[in-house]
Design a protein around this ligand. Sequence first.
Ligand code: 5GP
Length: 217
Amino acid sequence: MTAGGHDKVERRGLMFVLSSPSGAGKTTMSRLLMKRMPDMQMSVSVTTRPKRPGEVEGRDYRFIDKARFKAMADNEELLEWATVFDNLYGTPRKPVEDALAAGHDVLFDIDWQGTQQLRERARADVVSVFLLPPSADALETRLHSRAQDSDEVIRGRMSRAGHEMSHWPEYDYVVINSDLDEAYEKIELILKVERLRRERQMWLSDYVRELQRQLER
Ligand code: 5GP
């Protein structure tokens, strides 16, 4: 038995949550993580908000109406859900449970309300990172440069950002996104270290038992 032969199969998948006020660079960060980190699957949320230009059904979100959302929540098909900017957002349960059972990690782009619910339900499996913008100006510039939302929506998002940020102490890690590459390096490091935690390496007890057996010979 070798350690290398076991960690791929028997590592317990983790729930990697990335939250931030809108405009702090979370979507770019999630895409980078998905591209560069093996064994990572993105949780695609359902939402009742309208699709923005450039968004793809099933990749960015599953866009559904309020009745369907309510039915999913009532049938406990959602792991968590919340109202954000007057729209409903939720995480479908089944894909997450299947991925974790197969030993894959799941990446969540959800807000603080959803993070609280995930932690209540699965504390041991959740690793949460809060991404902060380097300044208020940078946040506003990013919101405008996205050019996806109206001025009114952007004003709403700016005024919500201060409130959202007040939840930073509820997260395991906080990263300031001044430089994308540097912030990415930190987030990748967090993920790599968390993957190495003893309790996630389920093969370890068998491995040590086998080592002890060999030593007793
Ligand atoms: P946006 O409309 O900009 O895509 O997302 C608005 C906010 O909703 C973001 O903070 C995003 O993280 C959050 N969000 C997206 N999907 C979910 C979800 O499934 N659950 C929760 N609680 N928040 C979500």
